[in-house]
Design a protein around this ligand. Sequence first.
Ligand code: ISE
Length: 336
Amino acid sequence: MPEKLGVGVIGVGTIGRQHAANLATLVPRARLVAVVDANPEAARRVAAELAVPSWSTNADELAANPDVEAIVVASSHVAHLDGILAAARARKHVFCEKPMTISLEQADQAIAAVKQAGVRLQVGFMRRYDPAYAAAKQQIESGTIGDPVLVKATHRNLAVPPSLAAGGAGAFVDSAVHDYDNARWFLEDEVVEVQAMAAKVFDLGPGSRSDDLSLTTLRFARGGLATVETYVACGYAYDVRTEIAGTGGTLFVGQLQQTGLHLATATGICHDAVQHWLARFGLAYQLELTDWVSRTLSGDPPPVTGADARAALAIALAATDSARTGQPVRLEPSPA
Ligand code: ISE
């Protein structure tokens, strides 16, 4: 088995830069050999900071680089498909950030392209690598809570994330997609019905989104239910918590505190709060790419697939529709 994997990163904005830094410094079996960004200044800066030998603004150029054996796609959501197709054309393995694509047609195109090229595709639902979420999954698998029947998710950003402020695909696709993936993963079942409501809380100018605050209800094939709340700018913390209730117990995942420090005075006791997903899920991102690199080197199958990404996206798109029309949406089983 080769010792190290040569990796190129497409897109070095918020999450892409984090992935690049992890690959350069914290993932021992990776060699970060090239970065690309649509903004040349960002690509040049990250390459200089992390001592990356090559940078450019062209994804095909990165994919054709013989030192690049596998590619992380972390560009803007709308550009994910182009990154995956560039990797597939050059027959390089891929890790793509969530949401993998912004339409089901694009998801099918991405899945078909990697299949035809014979390369591997893993998708970035990093919560699955977070120690608390992973421990919850283990408890479920070992039967501790009996049959899991309900997932209740809270997902609040401190301030409007850049990908949402820029318009983008909306909060169901950008943010709630994590919780939809979690619900499928914890209940080990597929969603058959989606109902959602959304409200506009902030005035972000003309054309701004109308899903600042939303609630989604999911019905699963075997009868389980899930509720997902997203609030794009709650103003007090990055507040991500999930409960999984079963026939014999309940798991509570997540906390508001970043550190264990409390300040006690005559007026009360206070503590800090998690501010950003890069802090809350910092270790998860590191573990995720460490696992992706070793699986890519060893040939072990990816644990989070294009099919998982497609299923979560189908729920997000159905929720977007349901919030617009006020009607529940039935989901067809995804193609095998
Ligand atoms: C961002 O892209 C993420 O993936 C974060 O985990 C999520 O909390 C945030 O809402 C998204 O914009």
